[in-house]
Design a protein around this ligand. Structure first.
Ligand SMILES: Nc1ncnc2c1ncn2[C@@H]1O[C@H](COP(=O)(O)OP(=O)(O)OP(=O)(O)O)[C@@H](O)[C@H]1O
Ligand SMILES: [Mg+2]
Length: 219
Protein backbone atom coordinates (compact mmCIF):
# COMPACT_ATOMS: atom_id res chain seq x y z
CA UNK A 1 0.00 0.00 0.00
CA UNK A 2 2.83 2.38 0.95
CA UNK A 3 6.42 1.72 -0.13
CA UNK A 4 9.11 4.14 0.93
CA UNK A 5 12.56 3.46 -0.47
CA UNK A 6 15.68 5.27 0.71
CA UNK A 7 13.91 8.55 1.21
CA UNK A 8 16.04 11.51 2.24
CA UNK A 9 14.77 15.00 2.82
CA UNK A 10 16.92 18.06 3.22
CA UNK A 11 15.82 21.63 3.76
CA UNK A 12 17.84 24.69 2.93
CA UNK A 13 17.92 27.07 5.88
CA UNK A 14 19.75 30.28 6.79
CA UNK A 15 22.46 28.22 8.45
CA UNK A 16 22.86 25.75 5.60
CA UNK A 17 21.36 22.43 4.71
CA UNK A 18 19.56 20.33 7.31
CA UNK A 19 18.78 16.68 6.80
CA UNK A 20 15.37 15.92 8.22
CA UNK A 21 14.92 12.37 6.90
CA UNK A 22 17.84 10.10 6.19
CA UNK A 23 17.52 6.98 4.05
CA UNK A 24 14.12 6.03 5.36
CA UNK A 25 12.66 2.68 4.27
CA UNK A 26 9.15 1.71 5.23
CA UNK A 27 6.51 -0.66 3.88
CA UNK A 28 2.95 -0.59 5.08
CA UNK A 29 0.47 -3.24 4.04
CA UNK A 30 -3.14 -2.66 3.10
CA UNK A 31 -5.34 -2.53 6.19
CA UNK A 32 -2.40 -2.08 8.51
CA UNK A 33 -2.50 0.52 11.27
CA UNK A 34 0.93 1.87 12.08
CA UNK A 35 1.91 4.32 14.79
CA UNK A 36 4.76 6.73 14.10
CA UNK A 37 6.47 8.01 17.20
CA UNK A 38 9.51 10.14 17.87
CA UNK A 39 10.55 13.36 19.48
CA UNK A 40 9.47 16.75 18.28
CA UNK A 41 11.45 17.62 15.16
CA UNK A 42 12.32 14.01 14.32
CA UNK A 43 10.63 14.27 10.92
CA UNK A 44 7.20 12.69 11.48
CA UNK A 45 5.11 15.38 9.82
CA UNK A 46 7.63 15.65 7.00
CA UNK A 47 7.27 11.93 6.34
CA UNK A 48 3.47 12.16 6.19
CA UNK A 49 3.69 15.18 3.87
CA UNK A 50 5.94 13.22 1.53
CA UNK A 51 3.52 10.28 1.45
CA UNK A 52 0.65 12.67 0.79
CA UNK A 53 2.59 14.25 -2.08
CA UNK A 54 2.65 17.67 -0.42
CA UNK A 55 6.42 17.75 0.09
CA UNK A 56 8.88 16.21 -2.35
CA UNK A 57 11.78 14.13 -1.06
CA UNK A 58 15.31 15.21 -1.94
CA UNK A 59 16.02 11.64 -3.04
CA UNK A 60 14.41 8.24 -2.88
CA UNK A 61 11.14 6.79 -4.08
CA UNK A 62 7.63 6.62 -2.71
CA UNK A 63 4.78 4.57 -4.05
CA UNK A 64 1.21 4.62 -2.88
CA UNK A 65 -1.36 2.05 -3.98
CA UNK A 66 1.15 0.61 -6.42
CA UNK A 67 1.86 3.93 -8.08
CA UNK A 68 5.23 5.65 -7.91
CA UNK A 69 4.69 9.29 -6.99
CA UNK A 70 5.98 11.78 -9.51
CA UNK A 71 6.58 14.92 -7.49
CA UNK A 72 6.85 17.06 -10.62
CA UNK A 73 3.18 16.45 -11.43
CA UNK A 74 1.15 18.49 -8.98
CA UNK A 75 -2.18 17.74 -10.67
CA UNK A 76 -1.61 14.02 -10.39
CA UNK A 77 -0.61 14.33 -6.72
CA UNK A 78 -3.66 16.43 -6.04
CA UNK A 79 -5.95 13.78 -7.54
CA UNK A 80 -4.23 11.08 -5.54
CA UNK A 81 -4.93 12.99 -2.34
CA UNK A 82 -8.49 13.76 -3.26
CA UNK A 83 -9.35 10.21 -4.27
CA UNK A 84 -7.34 7.98 -2.00
CA UNK A 85 -5.97 9.80 1.00
CA UNK A 86 -7.65 11.35 4.00
CA UNK A 87 -5.14 13.58 5.72
CA UNK A 88 -5.69 14.87 9.23
CA UNK A 89 -3.05 17.57 9.55
CA UNK A 90 -1.49 18.60 12.83
CA UNK A 91 -3.04 22.07 12.76
CA UNK A 92 -6.58 20.81 11.85
CA UNK A 93 -6.81 23.20 8.86
CA UNK A 94 -10.49 23.93 9.31
CA UNK A 95 -12.03 26.72 7.29
CA UNK A 96 -12.89 29.50 9.71
CA UNK A 97 -15.96 30.94 8.06
CA UNK A 98 -17.67 27.58 7.58
CA UNK A 99 -19.47 25.64 10.29
CA UNK A 100 -18.25 22.28 11.55
CA UNK A 101 -20.84 20.57 9.36
CA UNK A 102 -19.81 22.53 6.25
CA UNK A 103 -16.17 21.74 6.88
CA UNK A 104 -16.91 18.04 7.05
CA UNK A 105 -19.06 17.81 3.93
CA UNK A 106 -16.78 20.05 1.88
CA UNK A 107 -14.79 17.21 0.25
CA UNK A 108 -17.72 14.80 -0.12
CA UNK A 109 -17.99 13.53 -3.65
CA UNK A 110 -19.31 10.03 -3.40
CA UNK A 111 -23.00 9.43 -3.89
CA UNK A 112 -22.92 7.00 -1.02
CA UNK A 113 -21.99 9.77 1.37
CA UNK A 114 -24.36 12.34 -0.13
CA UNK A 115 -27.31 9.96 0.00
CA UNK A 116 -30.22 10.50 2.40
CA UNK A 117 -29.14 13.96 3.45
CA UNK A 118 -25.60 12.90 4.18
CA UNK A 119 -26.75 10.12 6.49
CA UNK A 120 -23.33 8.45 6.59
CA UNK A 121 -21.69 11.72 7.50
CA UNK A 122 -24.19 12.16 10.33
CA UNK A 123 -23.39 8.69 11.63
CA UNK A 124 -19.70 9.45 11.59
CA UNK A 125 -20.17 12.71 13.49
CA UNK A 126 -22.40 10.91 15.95
CA UNK A 127 -19.69 8.36 16.63
CA UNK A 128 -17.25 11.17 17.25
CA UNK A 129 -19.80 12.72 19.65
CA UNK A 130 -20.00 15.92 17.64
CA UNK A 131 -23.65 15.91 16.64
CA UNK A 132 -24.65 18.78 18.93
CA UNK A 133 -21.79 20.99 17.72
CA UNK A 134 -22.11 20.76 13.95
CA UNK A 135 -23.58 24.23 13.53
CA UNK A 136 -20.72 25.93 15.30
CA UNK A 137 -17.83 27.68 13.62
CA UNK A 138 -14.27 26.52 14.35
CA UNK A 139 -13.59 29.43 16.72
CA UNK A 140 -16.51 28.20 18.83
CA UNK A 141 -14.96 24.77 19.28
CA UNK A 142 -12.33 23.45 21.65
CA UNK A 143 -9.14 22.06 20.13
CA UNK A 144 -10.24 18.49 20.75
CA UNK A 145 -13.54 19.24 19.01
CA UNK A 146 -11.72 20.82 16.08
CA UNK A 147 -9.66 17.67 15.82
CA UNK A 148 -12.79 15.56 15.64
CA UNK A 149 -14.17 17.74 12.84
CA UNK A 150 -10.89 17.31 10.96
CA UNK A 151 -11.08 13.56 11.51
CA UNK A 152 -14.64 13.33 10.23
CA UNK A 153 -13.64 15.34 7.17
CA UNK A 154 -10.76 12.98 6.44
CA UNK A 155 -12.95 9.90 6.82
CA UNK A 156 -15.80 10.79 4.47
CA UNK A 157 -15.79 9.33 0.97
CA UNK A 158 -14.21 5.94 1.69
CA UNK A 159 -10.56 6.82 1.38
CA UNK A 160 -8.05 4.00 0.96
CA UNK A 161 -5.61 5.54 3.35
CA UNK A 162 -5.70 7.80 6.36
CA UNK A 163 -2.69 9.86 7.40
CA UNK A 164 -3.26 11.27 10.85
CA UNK A 165 -0.82 13.71 12.44
CA UNK A 166 -1.39 13.64 16.20
CA UNK A 167 -5.14 13.34 15.72
CA UNK A 168 -5.79 12.96 19.44
CA UNK A 169 -3.18 15.40 20.76
CA UNK A 170 -5.75 17.85 22.11
CA UNK A 171 -8.22 15.28 23.42
CA UNK A 172 -8.83 13.80 26.84
CA UNK A 173 -8.07 10.11 27.26
CA UNK A 174 -11.68 9.03 26.73
CA UNK A 175 -12.14 10.93 23.43
CA UNK A 176 -8.72 9.78 22.30
CA UNK A 177 -9.63 6.16 22.97
CA UNK A 178 -12.95 6.58 21.23
CA UNK A 179 -11.26 8.07 18.17
CA UNK A 180 -8.59 5.41 17.95
CA UNK A 181 -11.20 2.68 18.26
CA UNK A 182 -13.05 4.23 15.34
CA UNK A 183 -9.87 4.29 13.23
CA UNK A 184 -9.06 0.72 14.29
CA UNK A 185 -12.46 -0.44 13.14
CA UNK A 186 -12.05 1.27 9.77
CA UNK A 187 -8.75 -0.49 9.27
CA UNK A 188 -10.28 -3.85 10.12
CA UNK A 189 -13.66 -3.59 8.43
CA UNK A 190 -12.77 -1.63 5.32
CA UNK A 191 -9.11 -2.50 4.90
CA UNK A 192 -8.13 1.15 5.18
CA UNK A 193 -4.44 1.71 5.75
CA UNK A 194 -3.72 4.07 8.61
CA UNK A 195 -0.57 5.93 9.61
CA UNK A 196 -0.94 7.73 12.86
CA UNK A 197 1.63 10.06 14.37
CA UNK A 198 1.24 10.11 18.12
CA UNK A 199 3.02 10.89 21.35
CA UNK A 200 0.44 8.88 23.26
CA UNK A 201 1.54 5.36 24.16
CA UNK A 202 -2.07 4.31 24.78
CA UNK A 203 -2.90 5.26 21.19
CA UNK A 204 0.22 3.59 19.83
CA UNK A 205 -0.55 0.36 21.66
CA UNK A 206 -3.75 -0.03 19.69
CA UNK A 207 -1.83 -0.05 16.41
CA UNK A 208 -0.44 -3.15 14.72
CA UNK A 209 3.08 -1.79 14.83
CA UNK A 210 5.08 1.14 16.12
CA UNK A 211 7.71 2.85 13.98
CA UNK A 212 10.03 5.22 15.80
CA UNK A 213 11.86 8.07 14.10
CA UNK A 214 14.96 9.51 15.69
CA UNK A 215 16.91 12.33 14.04
CA UNK A 216 15.39 11.44 10.68
CA UNK A 217 16.06 7.72 10.83
CA UNK A 218 13.86 4.77 11.67
CA UNK A 219 15.23 3.06 14.76
N1 LIG B 1 10.28 24.16 5.46
C1 LIG B 1 11.24 23.84 6.33
N2 LIG B 1 12.46 24.42 6.24
C2 LIG B 1 13.45 24.08 7.08
N3 LIG B 1 13.33 23.20 8.07
C3 LIG B 1 12.14 22.60 8.21
C4 LIG B 1 11.03 22.88 7.37
N4 LIG B 1 9.99 22.12 7.75
C5 LIG B 1 10.42 21.40 8.80
N5 LIG B 1 11.71 21.67 9.09
C6 LIG B 1 12.53 21.05 10.14
O1 LIG B 1 12.50 19.66 9.96
C7 LIG B 1 12.51 18.97 11.19
C8 LIG B 1 11.36 17.95 11.20
O2 LIG B 1 10.13 18.65 11.20
P1 LIG B 1 8.76 17.87 11.34
O3 LIG B 1 7.68 18.87 11.28
O4 LIG B 1 8.73 16.76 10.35
O5 LIG B 1 8.91 17.26 12.82
P2 LIG B 1 7.88 16.41 13.69
O6 LIG B 1 8.54 15.14 14.02
O7 LIG B 1 6.57 16.37 13.01
O8 LIG B 1 7.79 17.32 15.02
P3 LIG B 1 6.52 17.60 15.99
O9 LIG B 1 6.39 16.39 16.88
O10 LIG B 1 6.95 18.81 16.76
O11 LIG B 1 5.32 17.85 15.15
C9 LIG B 1 12.40 20.03 12.27
O12 LIG B 1 13.67 20.21 12.84
C10 LIG B 1 11.98 21.28 11.53
O13 LIG B 1 12.52 22.42 12.12
MG1 LIG C 1 4.73 17.18 13.44
Amino acid sequence: MIEIRRVTKQYQTQSGKVTVLRNVNLSVQEGEMVAIMGRSGSGKSTLLNIIAGITSPTSGQVSVCGKILDYTKSGELCRLRRNLIGYIVQSYALIGNRTAWENVILPVRSREYRAHGYQKVRELLDELEMTDKVRRFPNQLSNGEKQRVAIARALVDNKKMILADEPTGAMDQKSAENTVNLLRRLAEEKGITILIVTHDMEVAKKCDRIVTLSYGEIV
